[in-house]
Ligand binder design. Structure first.
Ligand SMILES: [Ca+2]
Length: 463
């Protein structure tokens, strides 16, 4: 009997191995700057064409409650890379340094790239970095990336016709580009052409070994520069509206090129591709672009630099043929700080001793299982008044400044966060306020404030 059981156990192990996803799958995370759910056809957009991302959603799983790290660039990206939510992360707002670069990730920061590199992965960041110049502790080349290509600095990335980019830490010139970061930027070289080509080159070069590509595409963030308005040039829209639509369609096309290459190289079933925006829509619904395209979509409240759902829920899709279920739409929540533990598990890697991410591995969830259970999600942001938000179960609490009253919403019945139930649910407000204290570590750079120092209002740089 014992031997029969052991034979059965061995067969189960064998079956498991045969049906299992490949060991050390390639991992690609495509992070689009300021892309919102409402930009994509698969989330309801009618005017902007996104056929490749829509197909990716049909061939994979689309998530309606995938949350970003927090709702501006640098701290949101820090959560993605470090596995820490913004109550524990070293970067909790955009902070500009000098003429180029942002406040760097400190020495000793653990990153998903380091973990994957230690597991034998080739690693690259292509696009925009924004977490420290090359001569600082926050250089991508010191934090696990073998290769970097693109813009180091967020402000530099506002120009799509920059005067230069970086290959690793070496600057190279783009002659003839005007580097204008406002409007009407122009020049012979559209940076995204080079960035898209570099992603394809990296995949081709590393097709025979495991790789991690952090494709940090700068579109469709402003300035709204495009070298071809394409489908939209004859629309009865403003130039800015045409440019924005063309930028979204352009990033979609470049995702399509990458997916086509994976297929061509026979890598489809060996590669998990995930996409997201780094924060929700950057547009007030009454703005020129927001009014026409309704990026917040789905009736969600708020946008970039706030902590309502329209700022936090991302256009998140995962595709991995044969492993991630096709055509699934999941409404279960997860967040950027889950990516590091997910990648660690999928790669068969180990977390560094003593390092505890805030996130949970989504490996089973991605493959069709349930999302990990957790006590809460937490966000904070220090662009102006210190904002805090927490979600536990269906309840979401938001506090828009140190002295602000805590608001409470039931996301199950009120995803648009229209009805503040704080007065009716004092016990839940008390729970939220306890989490506003316990979910974060104090940090000298990020004290909770009603106003940013030296600012008259919301303050903070816009990225
Ligand atoms: Ca952004």
């Amino acid at each position: 009997m014992k031997s029969l059981l052991s034979l059965f156990a061995s067969l189960c192990v064998l079956c498991g191995q045969l049906s299992a996803a490949p060991a050390k799958p390639n991992l690609i995370f495509i992070l689009s700057d300021d892309l919102a759910q409402g930009d994509l056809g698969c989330y309801g957009q009618k005017l902007i064409q996104t056929p490749h991302l829509d197909r990716m959603a049909r061939e994979g799983t689309r998530y309606t409650q995938g949350y970003c790290g927090t709702s501006v660039c640098a701290p949101s990206r820090t959560s993605l890379i470090t596995g820490l939510h913004s109550g524990h992360s070293p970067i909790r707002a955009n902070r500009e340094l000098g003429t180029e670069g942002q406040k760097p990730l400190p020495a000793g920061t653990v990153t998903v790239a380091q973990i994957l590199k230690s597991a034998g992965y080739a690693t690259a960041c292509v696009g925009k970095w924004g977490m420290g110049m090359f001569d600082t502790t926050g250089s991508p080349l010191k934090l696990g990336f073998d290769h970097f290509f693109g813009y180091n600095c967020q402000r530099h990335a506002h120009s799509y016709f920059p005067k230069y980019l970086y290959r690793d830490d070496q600057r190279f010139e783009l002659p003839g580009n005007d580097g204008n970061t406002k409007v009407d930027g122009t020049g012979p070289i559209y940076a995204q052409d080079l960035i898209a080509d570099e992603t394809l080159k990296f995949v081709k070069t590393n097709k025979d070994r495991p790789f991690f590509l952090y494709y940090s595409i700068t579109l469709p963030h402003g300035a709204f520069h495009i070298n071809d308005q394409g489908l939209y040039k004859d629309k009865p829209w403003t130039a800015q509206q045409k440019n924005y639509a063309a930028m979204v369609t352009r990033l979609d096309a470049d995702v399509g090129r990458l997916l086509a290459l994976l297929k061509e190289l026979g890598l489809d079933e060996k590669t998990l591709v995930m996409t997201a925006g780094d924060n929700g829509s950057s547009f007030n619904p009454q703005s020129e672009i927001g009014k026409l395209f309704d990026q917040a979509g789905n009736g969600l409240r708020g946008f970039k630099r706030g902590l309502y759902e329209g700022a936090l829920r991302q256009a998140t899709i995962a595709r991995w043929p044969g492993t991630v279920p096709a055509g699934r739409v999941s409404h279960e929540p997860w967040a950027f700080w889950d990516f590091l533990p997910t990648a660690t598990e999928l790669a068969g890697a180990k977390l560094p001793a003593g390092f505890q991410p805030d996130g949970f591995s989504l490996a089973s969830f991605l493959k069709g299982g349930a999302a990990p259970q957790r006590d809460y999600f937490y966000w904070e942001l220090h662009e102006g008044p210190s904002l805090q938000a927490v979600r536990f179960g269906d309840w979401k609490a938001v506090k828009n400044g140190l002295s602000a009253k805590t608001e409470l919403y039931n996301l199950q019945t009120d995803a648009g966060e229209k009805t503040n139930l704080a007065a009716d649910k004092p016990e839940l407000v008390a729970k939220a306020e306890a989490l506003f204290q316990s979910a974060r570590t104090t940090h000298p750079d990020w004290p909770l404030r009603d106003r940013a120092p030296g600012k008259g209002g919301r303050g903070g740089k816009k990225q």
